[in-house]
Design a protein around this ligand. Structure first.
Ligand SMILES: [Zn+2]
Length: 345
């Protein structure tokens, strides 16, 4: 038998507590509606989407797929925001490829673009993980996450009161050699383009240190560090950044696998930073994925898969529920997002 075919089925007899609906209403602060991450809901009927969100107990949904140009942002504003304004919040983006053509004028032009996006109805700025890994300036030089040339962009986001949802780097193991010690080996086999082995890519910690500099340098701009501050493997590090930077928040999207394999540390993290953590899924409006997240946050169930399907996709381990108290759940499920995104009750 090949190790890849191994499917051990657990013989543990412990509590299984299905949670079909969250204990309190949920704002999903990190998700998508376009392809590939959002399931292509820009091509499907809106009532079906709303039914799904209702069934999942999700009252508001942040769609990070607004993009940079008028086309996509306007399309998403028309398709979702205009038709169900209280349910959707659309974030815009930055088109880094324009740096080549605009040269030294790029940062100011990106800041100007952000103003136009806000006027049109964008409620935040999404920065994708290519920033720090692939984004290059007009001289083809890799741009560091704390590059001072971009100060106008981050300051403008603060002045416009637009939160910046930022994802830099990726799981730590994606930066390691792909060998028998890599804990994400199967996933990297399926998605070879997710490997950022350094060199040639920058070292994981060099990206994270630049990220911490960036957030500390702009105290008037709100940053939401996607996927548990982009470093779910090290909650001590994320906690220190939260303590150092009052303008820093994190979402928990796509990291139930990381949080749930360190349940003692994760529970302490939630209790301590309850005001700074936002619920997010990042799996599109997927009912089963939502229910796994609710079960993880609300119950004390032990040793369950953090993904829909048979084999966990982000490493072969199982997770343990955090049984968070009601006052923490309320903050994480909606109160923090409501405050940061200026969502009316
Ligand atoms: Zn995402």
């Amino acid at each position: 038998m090949l190790l890849a075919d191994f499917r051990p089925s657990s013989k543990l007899v412990t509590e299984t507590t299905p949670v079909n609906r969250p204990r309190f209403p949920v704002i999903d602060a990190h998700n998508h509606l376009g392809e590939p991450f959002g399931g292509g809901w820009d091509q499907k009927p809106l009532p079906e989407l709303l039914d799904r969100l209702d069934e999942a107990g999700v009252t508001q949904y942040v769609d990070l797929d607004g993009g940079w140009g008028e086309d996509i942002l306007n399309a998403h504003l028309d398709l979702f925001k205009a038709k169900a304004p209280s349910r959707f919040h659309i974030f815009g983006g930055v088109d880094w490829l324009q740096w080549a053509a605009k040269g030294d004028g790029f940062p100011e032009s990106a800041a100007g673009r952000l103003k136009i996006q806000k006027e049109r109805g964008a409620q935040g700025l999404k920065v994708w993980k290519g920033f720090g890994l692939h984004v290059r300036d007009q001289d083809e030089v890799l741009v560091k996450v704390d590059d001072p040339r971009l100060v106008p962009l981050w300051e403008t986001a603060g002045e416009l009161n637009l939160p910046v949802m930022i994802h830099v780097a990726d799981p730590v193991a994606f930066f390691d050699p792909i060998d028998e010690t890599n804990e994400r080996w199967e996933e990297l086999g399926e998605h070879p383009d997710w490997a950022f082995t350094s060199p040639p890519f920058p070292a994981f910690m060099s990206i994270m240190e630049a990220f911490a500099n960036l957030v500390a340098r702009h105290p008037n701009t709100t940053f939401i560090g996607a996927h548990v501050g982009c470093y779910a493997e090290n909650l001590g590090w994320v906690g220190r950044m939260l303590e150092r930077c009052p303008n820093f928040y994190v979402d928990i999207s796509a990291r139930i696998g990381e949080l749930g394999r360190q349940p003692y540390t994760a529970r302490r993290f939630f209790l301590r930073y309850a005001d700074r953590i936002l619920f997010g899924s990042d799996m599109g409006p997927d009912l089963e994925a939502y229910r796994i997240s609710y079960r993880f946050l609300e119950t004390e169930d032990e040793y369950f898969n953090y993904n829909p399907g048979e084999v966990p996709k982000q490493g072969r381990w199982q997770v343990y529920g955090l049984y968070l108290p009601d006052e923490v759940l309320k903050k994480v499920y909606s109160e923090n997002a409501r405050r940061i995104l200026c969502i009316e009750p």
